[in-house]
Design a protein around this ligand. Structure first.
Ligand code: UDP
Length: 326
């Protein structure tokens, strides 16, 4: 049985990847330090013989006994408010964590896929974003800790590929949504759905004219799976090019939830990108991939998930104490 290590296994994308690799018949080792992940996302896997879990911070030395065929590095805080709360950990998991996992891949002769991000393009001046655009990032802004860690991550990954001949893959992930997003992680999809379900007004930042392009999680996982098994080593954008302003998105959610909430306006966070849309020509050509789930269907499935949360979960505000994480 082939063995795969998935870091960030208890998180949104990591847990969906665990499900996919279990379904494909792999032995899956999930790793997470649970700083932003939640064991609830993978508790259904604990009873399986071909699933193991390590509570470990990948920015410290990573040891896995025996052979290891694949590594998928998905451990990282992934929401702008998390970067503000835990900036050092965000930098460390993208840089030191990636270094450790590349070292592990070299040692075990594993193929490694690294989760990069559309944030490497920063507040992009090229639209839509193609992989050969170098980006427009403020290194010292609030998002810099994430963006620069991910940019470093791409560089060290290419260096391990060219210098150590490690088999590497890099996916640049654009805004993705679906079941298991953290209700209070501050990102727009859980924020708006949570507000609508609690009967609160929807908080649009700025004038809401900034755009995003939202990809349903199943589509993203399929793109990542195909990239891992392709022979392409350069970064590939994976996302849904269907672009919408945040203001229109808020209206869509009000319609979808059938609530009569209003939209209220709050200040735009610093360095919030004005526009974002993936050019997926490369993914189409190399992976034969394109998204299949449109936003109305994806949002319907996502709403079902959030409706299934308990009242306690829906109203719980997050007061996690991060001080025990170094
Ligand atoms: N946003 C918003 N209201 C919220 C949360 C987010 O208007 O309650 C906006 C945010 O300013 C950004 C967009 O929604 O322009 C997407 O934000 P998110 O945090 O989901 O991810 P980003 O794409 O900025 O990393």
């Amino acid at each position: 049985m082939k063995k795969v290590l998935i870091t960030g296994a208890a998180g949104f994308l990591g847990s969906h990847l665990c499900d996919r690799f279990i379904k494909e018949g792999y032995h899956v080792i999930g790793m997470d330090n649970l700083i932003t992940g939640d064991l609830k996302n993978i508790e259904h896997l604990f009873k399986l013989k071909n699933f193991e879990f390590y509570d470990h911070d990948v920015s410290k030395f990573v040891h896995i006994p025996g052979n290891l065929d694949y590594i998928l590095h998905f451990a990282s805080p992934a929401s702008p408010i998390d970067y503000l709360k835990i900036p050092i950990q965000t930098l460390k998991v993208g840089s030191l964590g990636t270094h450790n996992l590349l070292g592990l891949a070299k040692e075990k002769k594993s193929r490694i896929l690294i989760a990069s991000t559309s944030e490497v393009y920063g507040d992009p001046l090229v639209h839509p974003q193609t992989e050969d655009y170098y980006g427009n990032v403020n290194t010292i802004g609030p998002r810099g800790v994430y963006d620069e860690a991910k940019r470093f991550q791409e560089s060290i990954t290419m260096a391990y590929h060219t210098y150590h001949k490690v088999e590497t893959r890099i996916v640049r992930i654009f805004n993705t949504y679906g079941p298991r997003m953290r209700l209070n992680d501050g990102r727009v999809v859980p924020a708006f759905i949570g507000q609508a379900l609690r009967g609160e007004d929807l908080t649009v930042f700025g004038e809401g004219l900034q755009t995003r392009s939202f990809c349903y999680v199943d589509d993203l996982i399929e793109g990542i799976y195909r990239l891992l098994f392709s022979d392409y080593v350069y970064p590939v954008n994976v996302g849904n090019p269907n672009e919408i302003t945040i203001k229109d998105f808020a209206e869509e959610i009000i319609k979808l939830t059938g609530t009569d909430q209003k939209v209220i306006y709050k200040p735009l966070p610093v360095n919030d990108p004005l526009q974002r849309q993936p050019d997926i020509t490369r993914a189409k050509e190399i992976l034969g991939w394109q998204p299949e789930v449109d936003r109305s269907e994806g949002m319907r499935r996502t709403l079902e998930y959030f409706k299934g949360l308990s009242q306690e979960e829906l109203y719980r505000s997050e007061h996690k104490d991060f001080s025990s994480y170094s």
